[in-house]
Design a protein around this ligand. Structure first.
Ligand SMILES: [Zn+2]
Length: 104
């Protein structure tokens, strides 16, 4: 059974004051409105799940397009490795190698 260890709901750092907290509409410390950040994180999470679904179904072209979208939403190590896998499966080995080196 696959596990989804990219859980964006448990831990979050306020982009303004860096207070660590669970997801909320406003920061517990500085009261910054965090709703837009939540929407971006949710869009990232959904994009990542769509990428994985395309990979499971063997749809490499669709997986690559979705992985690029996912990486554009949040260029983190998880998204970078996922994009590198999609590039590798699509035959773009130089790009896959460059990303793998960046996020290894
Ligand atoms: Zn804050």
């Amino acid at each position: 059974m696959e596990t989804d260890n990219h859980n964006v709901t448990d831990d979050f750092s306020c982009p303004v004051c860096k207070a660590r907290q669970g997801w909320a509409d406003t920061c517990r410390r500085c009261k910054t409105d965090l709703r837009l950040f939540r929407r971006v994180e949710e869009a990232f999470r959904q994009s990542r799940l769509r990428t994985l679904a395309h990979l499971r179904a063997g749809r490499w072209t669709e997986a690559l397009a979705e992985a690029r979208q996912c990486y554009a939403l949040d260029a983190n190590a998880d998204a970078g490795r996922l994009l590198a896998v999609c590039q590798l499966l699509s035959g773009d080995w130089p790009a896959a190698l460059a990303l793998a080196r960046r996020w290894s």
